[in-house]
Design a protein. Structure first.
Length: 94
C-alpha cells in the first residue's frame, strides 16, 4: 500500500549520514508520523540534522520505495545501501 507523502515534512538524520560517512540503514516511521533516517551512528544533539522528506529522498533515492509503503510505528533495516529493506513490525510501540 502506498501512502501520501508530505515532501516538506521535517525529518531527522545525522551529520554523519549527510557527509556520506555512513549509509542510511535504519528508517523509523514513528507513531506520531515523524521520520528518522539513520546509519550505524548515534542520533544525539551534536550529530542531529533536520531536513525535509523531499531532501532526504533526493540525497538517497534508494529510500523512495520503503518510505512510500511504510506505515507509522514501523522500523525498516538493511545491511548496506545496496541491500533490500526489511520492515520490522511495531518496533516503535515497544
Amino acid at each position: 500500500m502506498e501512502y501520501e507523502l508530505n515532501y516538506n515534512q521535517a525529518v531527522f538524520t545525522t551529520k554523519s549520514v549527510m557527509s556520506n560517512q555512513v549509509d542510511i540503514v535504519r528508517v523509523y516511521h514513528e507513531n506520531d508520523g515523524d521520520w528518522q533516517f539513520l546509519g550505524d551512528d548515534i542520533l544525539d544533539n551534536e550529530n542531529a540534522c533536520i531536513l525535509s522528506l523531499g531532501e532526504i529522498l533526493e540525497f538517497d533515492n534508494t529510500l523512495a520505495e520503503i518510505v512510500k509503503s511504510m506505515p507509522c510505528g514501523k522500523l525498516a533495516i538493511r545491511e548496506t545501501k545496496k541491500d533490500s529493506w526489511h520492515v520490522i513490525e511495531d518496533v516503535c510501540n515497544k
